[in-house]
Design a protein around this ligand. Structure first.
Ligand code: GRF
Length: 191
């Protein structure tokens, strides 16, 4: 299964995913990693000799023009699946429509709880005693697509956003690997 990954930030989840797919038995490979800015995480792809591309949002006059440029890059790799792993940008509907239903996203909360760019912070602010991690199918809304996998993660007393996020990320990574493996083996069909 040819997977393209999109990121915006440090790419720690990307790095974990690259390590997983580098295991010879894993039925998928990462064919490209893209970012909506000059993301630090692109260095992880380079380390694994995976092609990278950057389509800086700020270089475009509109979201739609940015999306068209991003889609053009993605198209050249002919991915079977697109994984959003820390992409902090909403994809234009035209991009979702072109690649749907084979776009999945990981989110550091138990959707539909705490959607959006600050799911970890929002769970803490709400005083939640547990939150979670989710892998969903991208439908163009904000973290609103069908839930493919999710798991509860406890909030510990004294948690800060970094400590809670650090507890969530390993769960996100495991759920993502499981979902990609199931898609690759045909156990999970995206419709
Ligand atoms: C991940 O928790 C992802 O789900 C969220 O932002 C974080 C990205 O972290 N959208 P990293 O860039 O993979 O370190």
């Amino acid at each position: 299964l040819k997977v393209a990954v999109l990121i915006s930030g440090a790419g720690s989840n990307l790095r974990a995913f690259l390590e997983t797919v580098s295991e010879s038995t894993f039925p998928a490979r990462v064919v490209a990693v893209g970012a909506d800015r000059d993301a630090d995480g692109l260095s992880h792809a380079t380390h694994f000799e995976v092609p990278t591309f950057s389509v800086p949002f700020r270089d475009f006059a509109s979201r739609d023009e940015w999306g068209a440029a991003l889609a053009a890059q993605l198209r050249t790799y002919a991915p079977d699946l697109i994984v959003l792993s820390g992409l902090m940008r909403l994809l234009p509907q035209a991009v979702v429509d072109e690649f749907a239903p084979r776009i999945v996203n990981t989110h550091p909360a138990y959707l539909p709880e705490f959607p959006g760019a600050h799911g970890v912070r929002d769970a803490l602010a709400a005083g939640a005693v547990e939150t979670g991690a989710s892998v969903i199918q991208v439908d163009g809304g904000v973290d609103s697509g069908p839930i493919l996998a999710q798991e509860r993660v406890p909030v510990e007393p004294g948690d800060t956003e970094p400590t809670l996020h650090a507890r969530i990320k390993p769960v996100e990574r495991r759920l993502l690997s499981d979902v990609v493996r199931r898609i690759a083996t045909g156990d999970l069909i995206l419709t």
